[in-house]
Design a protein around this ligand. Structure first.
Ligand code: SAH
Ligand code: SF4
Ligand code: F3S
Length: 467
């Protein structure tokens, strides 16, 4: 007997569980069941939560933002920094009272935190009112776990990581109607020494391009105007697939689809960001003129300790090629301050790199020790207070750069995708280079591409629609 399950039979099994839950839940709750899905962390989790909501919807659940109103409360968690984890525990704690009042409410924890053994143990011992805990490799089995719990099973803890298959064809309920996430790959093989992601998300695996293209076509047909391609390292898309594909080729294929839409992508790892990719961005008119290219540190010594596998010189060369090749290109990045063993001199190299590149904005983090990663074993003599000072220094420098970049845009005209309201008759939208502009307008402009002139920069860019 083969132990390998094909997508079809996993999907058939889950369909059957979904059917059974949809019949059972209204009897238990004496109403149409209600779910509250709380999502923490990165876009990968947001995208996974859309799948979870897709399954719940098929099981007959409606949605609320208030745990107190829900029959099923789920926390889709992030493990990337200690602070993120503590916040989640705080939130889980609040469901204790809720379970006291309505014991048939099901409380579940899934995602990256749940994938870790020590977190499971902590929940098992200290949070007895949590019913289900399941990891990132078995998200698609939620209908099974829910059915079993609703039919009297004990608490369920399922964090096996032997399923590295990508399950296609499960239901999906997207949060938005204009901008949509489209995962192209899962997991990460890079093992940056500070990072927990490869341990909680497993090995890198890419979706077949035909599945991605089919989903993109559906999104375009459904009226989406921005497709965000997602992966921890999109530049290594295609490795291990039996087809002649890489990320640049995939971008060209999506760019060639008919329709009025934009393509964004994240995250690019500098070591795999090729000139071919930069040329592709330059040549594909639907692809954003923006690269989110995390450099993490400007010091070669620290980059080596981080196992990033590029130097500051490699990085700056890449940036300079992109500036030459892509008109109006903008850059954003992630930076870690206070990696173990980092000195003030190393930090100054980070500051220098920030000044040289001129990022539109930065996502800045103070190093957080993650048990199980190599960096957790490295001596870390600099105090939190000192790291905090460096961190503030970095923020100050970047704030000036962001302001100057924005001020440079005043007086210019851009095509903007209007994506949301900004309150009181105001709307908000983004340029192809990822600058955010606010302007006056009626809500029926949401989802349209508009020509906007930038009139001024206060704390934000303000403009007016010209056509
Ligand atoms: N795969 C992406 C993003 C991973 S997580 C990438 O490689 O860029 C997002 C960001 O969190 C990382 O870029 C990094 O800057 C930050 N990060 C990851 N682990 C961290 C840690 N232990 N402490 C502080 N920041 C961390
Ligand atoms: Fe973490 Fe590095 Fe992988 Fe990004 S590339 S997810 S920082 S290990
Ligand atoms: Fe967090 Fe997991 Fe994303 S650890 S950053 S939610 S991949």
């Amino acid at each position: 007997m083969s132990l390998i399950q094909t997508d079809e039979n996993i999907i058939a099994q889950m369909d059957s569980y979904m059917q059974r839950v949809s019949e059972l839940a209204p009897q238990i709750y004496k109403r149409r069941p209600v779910a509250c899905v709380n999502t923490f962390g990165c876009q990968q989790n947001v995208s996974d939560s859309e799948k979870i909501k897709g399954m719940l919807k098929k099981m007959g659940y409606t949605f609320t933002d208030e745990p107190i109103d829900a029959d099923f409360v789920l926390f889709n968690t992030c493990a990337v920094r200690g602070h993120a984890e503590e916040r989640v525990f705080g939130n889980i704690g609040t469901t204790k009272q809720l379970k006291r009042e309505r014991k048939e409410t099901v409380v579940a924890v899934c995602g990256c935190m749940a994938q870790q053994e020590h977190i499971c143990d902590r929940i098992r011992k200290s949070y007895p009112y949590v019913d289900l805990v399941f990891g990132t490799h078995v998200t698609h089995r939620l209908p099974e776990f829910l059915y079993k719990r609703l039919t009297g099973s004990g608490r369920i803890f399922e964090i096996s990581n032997d399923n590295n298959e990508i399950i296609e064809g499960m239901p999906l309920s997207r949060d938005g109607k204009i901008k949509g996430w489209l995962p192209i790959m899962y997991g990460c093989d890079n093992f940056c020494t500070y990072c927990i992601v490869p341990y909680v998300r497993g090995r890198e695996r890419s979706r077949a391009s035909a599945d991605i293209i089919a989903e993109a076509k559906q999104m375009i047909a459904d009226g989406f105007k921005e497709i965000m391609l997602l992966g921890q390292n999109v530049n290594s898309y295609g490795k291990g697939l039996d087809e002649d594909i890489n990320f640049s080729k995939l971008l060209r294929k999506i760019n060639a689809l008919p329709g009025d839409f934009r393509i964004r992508f994240m995250t690019s790892h500098p070591k795999d960001c090729t000139r071919e990719l930069i040329d592709t961005v330059a040549e594909c008119e639907k692809v954003e003129r923006h690269l989110h290219l995390p450099f993490q540190s400007g010091s070669n010594r620290i980059l080596k300790q981080m196992n990033r596998r590029y130097t500051r010189e490699d990085y700056l060369e890449l940036i300079s090629y992109a500036k030459k090749r892509i008109p109006e290109v903008s850059f954003t990045s992630d930076v870690i301050v206070g990696f173990p063993g980092e000195t003030y001199e190393d930090f100054l190299e980070t500051l220098d790199l920030v000044k040289q590149v001129g990022f539109a904005s930065l996502f800045t983090f103070i190093y957080s020790k993650r048990n199980g990663t190599p960096a957790a074993q490295m001596p870390d003599p600099i105090s939190r207070e000192e790291k905090g000072k460096w961190f503030s220094e970095l923020l100050k420098v970047q704030e000036q750069i962001s302001r100057a970049k924005n001020a440079d845009l005043v007086g210019r005209e851009f095509t903007v995708l209007c994506d949301s309201t900004a309150g009181e008759g105001r709307l908000s939208g983004k340029t192809l280079s990822f600058a955010e502009i606010e302007f006056e307008g009626n809500e029926n402009l949401i989802g349209k591409f508009l020509k906007v002139r930038i009139d001024k920069f206060t704390n934000l860019l303000q403009g007016s629609v010209i056509e």
